[in-house]
Design a binder for this molecule. Structure first.
Ligand SMILES: Nc1ncnc2c1ncn2[C@@H]1O[C@H](COP(=O)(O)OP(=O)(O)OP(=O)(O)O)[C@@H](O)[C@H]1O
Ligand SMILES: [Mg+2]
Length: 233
C-alpha cells in the first residue's frame, strides 16, 4: 500500500481561479478551488453543465493558466512559461478528451507515440495494447475503428509516457453504456500509483472511485456518494 500520509501528493492545486473575459462578459468558471490527490487515487468530478468541470481539468493539466492559484504535480509547480509547462505535461500528465482527436493519416501506434518522451514508450504502448484488446489494431488508421476502439487508442496515447496523473473529460459520453464501462475498466487499471481524475455526467461510471467531488458555479461542493440529483439544482 502506498503511504499517502508521507508521500508527496501527485497533484496539489490551491485557490485556483479561472475567468474567461471578453468584451461582452466575464465568466468566473473556476472560483477558488483547492484539491489534493494522492498516488493511486481515483477521483470523480461531477456537476451540472457549465459548472466549470472542463475548465478545472484544463487548469490541472496545465492546458490553461489560472489567473490566481497554483498547481503542482509531484511537488513540481506547473511553470508559467508554456514551453516548460509542455515538457512537464508530456512526462507527467495524460489527458483524455470526450473525443480522442487522433491524427487521421497516422496509425494507432503512431498516434499513441506522437508525444513520446523516451525510448520506452513504444514497448509500453505495445504491452498496454495487448492488455486492452488493441494489439491487432495498432497498424490501423483511426477511421477504421469503432468509437470505443478510438477511445482506447486515445488511452494508449495518454499512457505512452507512463504519466503519474491521468485526467479524463467525459471519456465515455460519446459511447454506449457497455462500451463506456469497458473504457472505464481500462482507465481504472491504469499503471500502479497513477492518480486518475474522471469528469462525467454518469455516476455509474465512477464505480470504485475513492472520492467523488461536485462542482457548482466553479466551486467544489459537498456530495453524498450516490451522486443523485446532481444535474438538478
Ligand atoms: N473559451 C471560453 N470562453 C468563454 N467562456 C467559456 C469558455 N469555455 C467555457 N466558458 C464558460 O465557462 C463556464 C464553465 O464552462 P466549462 O466548459 O468548464 O463547464 P463544464 O462543467 O465542463 O460543462 P459541460 O458539462 O457542459 O461540459 C461556462 O459558463 C462556459 O460558458
Ligand atoms: Mg465540459
Amino acid at each position: 500500500m502506498t503511504d499517502v500520509t508521507t508521500a508527496t501528493p501527485v497533484l496539489e492545486a490551491s485557490d485556483l481561479v479561472l475567468e474567461y473575459r471578453d468584451a461582452a462578459r466575464t465568466v468566473r468558471a473556476v472560483d477558488g478551488v483547492s484539491l489534493t490527490v494522492g498516488a493511486g487515487e481515483f477521483v470523480g468530478l461531477v456537476g451540472p453543465s457549465g459548472s466549470g468541470k472542463s475548465s478545472l481539468l484544463f487548469l490541472l493539466a496545465g492546458l490553461r493558466r489560472p489567473q490566481e492559484g497554483r498547481v503542482a504535480v509531484l511537488g513540481e509547480p506547473l511553470p508559467a512559461e508554456p514551453d516548460r509547462g509542455a515538457a512537464i505535461r508530456r512526462r507527467r500528465i495524460g489527458f483524455l478528451f470526450q473525443e480522442p482527436f487522433l491524427v487521421p493519416y497516422l496509425s494507432v501506434r503512431e498516434n499513441a507515440l506522437v508525444h513520446a518522451v523516451d525510448g520506452e514508450a513504444l514497448a509500453r504502448v505495445e504491452a498496454l495494447a495487448g492488455e486492452i484488446g488493441m494489439a491487432h489494431l495498432l497498424d490501423e488508421r483511426p477511421h477504421r475503428l469503432s468509437g470505443g476502439e478510438r477511445q482506447r487508442a486515445g488511452i494508449l496515447r495518454a499512457l505512452a509516457n507512463a504519466p503519474e496523473l491521468l485526467l479524463a473529460d467525459e471519456p465515455t459520453a460519446a459511447l454506449d453504456g457497455e462500451t463506456g464501462r469497458a473504457v472505464m475498466a481500462v482507465l481504472r487499471r491504469r499503471p500502479a500509483g497513477a492518480a486518475l481524475i474522471v469528469v462525467t455526467h454518469d455516476p455509474s461510471m465512477l464505480e470504485g472511485a475513492d472520492r467523488v467531488l461536485a462542482l457548482r458555479d466553479g466551486r467544489l461542493r459537498p456530495l453524498d456518494r450516490s451522486g443523485h440529483g446532481l444535474d438538478h439544482p
